[in-house]
Design a protein around this ligand. Sequence first.
Ligand code: ADP
Length: 257
Amino acid sequence: MYIEIKNVSKIYNQSPNNNQKALDGANLSIEKGEFICLLGPSGCGKTTLLNLLAGFEKPSEGSITIDGKPVEKPSIKHVTIFQNYGLLPWRTVQGNVQLGLESLGLDKKDIKEIADEYIELVGLGEFKKHHPYQLSGGMQQRVAIARALAVDPDIVFMDEPFGALDALTRMKMQEEVSNIWQKKKKTIIFVTHDIDESVYLADRIVIMTAYPGRIKSIINVPLARKRDRTHPDFLRIRDRVFAEFEMKQKDTIEYYL
Ligand code: ADP
């Protein structure tokens, strides 16, 4: 397997006599090119698991390997997209997308060409010369996605990337990420607490529960893309995921997750 997470626990020492078990005995194998969603309520260890995979944190117990090698530090081949976009306000869309490429030591012409290709991919061709403050939240997140993909990473980590967007923009962005994933087939690990989002996007949904953070179960989503959110098969899987959280659909997800 491409990514192997074996018996991984993470304990944070929040104060001298308060140790928080953020993640408890997690086991998970991920294939290259898979789209994985980590789904669960706040505090179940989703971000902790992502940070361990990305090499920002070290496990207290257990091991994580990617492509057979232990994860020891962040890698240039792995990129993370956060909720707050992380764009440089003084740079244009083009300048922001070129950012990662500049650190790869490519020549100027290649940097421009590659950046432009990814700006087109996320549909921002006409906004190349705009600055972030001139763009909507959804457009800013598209810039962040273009910047992340332009360096041709092996893995893309996404930590609630659409959490700050309104519901309609969020759906549009889900569709776009799904399209891009189909074109580029990157391994994506995507953190969310939104059940619909996970059923729309994932090959497999890793269901997590809190206190301590644990992987409760894994649900396959064998639906062809482009997915139809109203199709009976979509709704059936959605129901299964709701059932994993021991809740009925009529309960609001915001209440529980
Ligand atoms: P989620 O992403 O699912 O909301 P997190 O991984 O952020 O969950 O957090 C899991 C638990 O670990 C929470 O109880 C949180 O308070 C705790 N935690 C996370 N990061 C730290 C940290 N750097 N220091 C101390 N405690 C932390």
